[in-house]
Design a protein around this ligand. Sequence first.
Ligand code: HEC
Ligand code: HEC
Ligand code: HEC
Ligand code: HEC
Length: 449
Amino acid sequence: MKTLSVLLLTLMLTAVLTGQQKKAGDDALGTHPYDAFEKPKACGTACHKDFYQQWQQAMMSQAYTHHWDEIEYFKLAVPHAEKDPKVAGVKAGCNGCHAPLSFMAGDVPPPKPEANSRANESVSCDVCHTITGFAGDTPFNFNYISEPGKIKYGRRDGVVSPVHETRKLDFISNPDFCGTCHNEKSPYGVWVKSTHLEWRDGPYAKEGVRCHDCHMTKAEGQIVSLKPKVPDAMQHLFHGAHDPGKVRGTIEVRIHPDGREVEPGDKVRFTVALFNQKTGHKFPTGSAEERMVWLHVEARDAKGTVYHLPVDKKGFTGEEYTIAANTLAYQDMGIPLNIPDFKGIQRDGVPVGDRIFRLPYLDPQGRMTIMQWNTASQAVDYRIGPRETKLETFTWSVPGTCAPGPLTVKATLNFQKLPTPVTEFLGVPMEEAEIIEVNTHSTSVTILP
Ligand code: HEC
Ligand code: HEC
Ligand code: HEC
Ligand code: HEC
């Protein structure tokens, strides 16, 4: 009897202990001290020089220090969390993905970037290479299981290192690994980041093309400095929205008219086909609350006069969010910024009448928000899926003033990380609102005299 209860007690204790070790998501707050993790410099100075330099140039190493991240966390998220119990969890939670070391050390809010603390290591080598799995059935909201220590997990068997042990672990090669930080649910239970889910439900997952294959591409190169090259070293590029070269060409754009000769007073209809040839998820993805993708069409007549063509309405529910307008939005920023009855700022900041490919995030009052944690619902998802083609039409009544001769009509698809009005209002450096031309194409018709 006594031995049995001792056995039971031991079993329970082991369960509690391993349970503690395997804490994930919100429960992992304060479970590992800073010292449990190696500094990236230790990995990159003598051994993994190339990976270290690549990582330093990627957003992974700036997830905590990047100017816009700092502004959104300290100016909006923290004050909001202190005022509204519903979103109180984000004060710690943002760090589960952006400053995992501080989150696991229970040091939240972390010291500001200027303090140069270990929070600044952001998503570091040792964060990723000591993740052993995730809790639950769907990866999201930093539900990775972190087991820092001597063993570094990778994709190869039998690798010998003089400074740490290595072990092959299939999980690190699985997109679920990325999903632990690239899917996010708001406190209202809405998916506000779903890059991994979009991928999982799209054509690339079926074909076995992983996140890694597009963002950590294989190349002949060195894994460890001074060691021989291997044919398939995984490049730590993590290039995305912050690399204009990655964004350019993502969508192919073609425009054609429904006839080649028109007279002033006639109607001519242009169709634009937009084919997503490059992303493994939707475009835009991730922080979709703030990404702007819009189609601008302009005609230029023989005398050089330029006419802007607004997009034809299709009539679906929520379409008003997808056509650029002179509308105010983002009123909920007034809560953290202490502006009572805040009227909001311009929603789009792009030419009125242009088509916007977006997923509007709505606050509990149904107004558009860029504070993704305050998202209570979403309107229409009008983004371009992987390998999807969207058609847009532009019907134009040729004005009497249009000069006879050739008329060139140009369609341009633009991308912007943060809407200009938000960037200006919050004092974010203007580089965040840089406009990247994704693609462009022109056609022509003849205006008869
Ligand atoms: C965001 C997570 C993440 C970060 C940060 C990260 N890695 Fe990796 N690393 C990976 C993944 C994922 C793989 C394996 C890819 C695969 O299986 O296709 C990998 C592979 C490796 C490999 C083995 C490469 C091979 O081809 O076998 C080494 C070595 C490595 N990483 C070192 C580093 C170092 C050093 C740093 C920091 C400078 C770092 N990693 C930062 C995710 C990360
Ligand atoms: C521990 C959390 C974590 C894991 C795991 C993780 N990421 Fe990230 N990743 C981030 C964060 C946080 C950022 C955002 C940095 C920023 O802009 O503040 C980011 C940024 C990126 C970007 C750059 C986006 C841009 O705007 O340029 C890419 C691409 C990316 N991750 C791909 C991956 C892939 C592929 C994997 C899996 C191999 C992965 N990530 C695993 C947290 C993570
Ligand atoms: C077929 C190639 C491909 C695959 C597969 C793929 N991506 Fe991407 N990804 C891209 C391209 C191209 C872009 C650049 C366009 C953009 O920014 O949306 C991109 C952009 C991103 C961004 C930046 C989004 C933003 O606006 O900040 C993130 C983060 C990202 N990918 C993560 C992932 C993750 C995680 C997976 C796997 C679940 C994945 N990607 C699978 C091609 C791919
Ligand atoms: C589940 C993980 C996760 C959580 C939680 C999270 N983020 Fe992020 N965040 C990311 C990833 C991944 C990216 C970059 C890629 C993308 O756009 O999806 C990102 C991007 C951002 C960006 C945009 C960076 C840019 O340059 O455009 C900001 C700002 C940001 N996050 C702030 C926050 C704040 C503030 C919180 C807390 C309220 C938070 N994040 C919570 C994962 C997370």
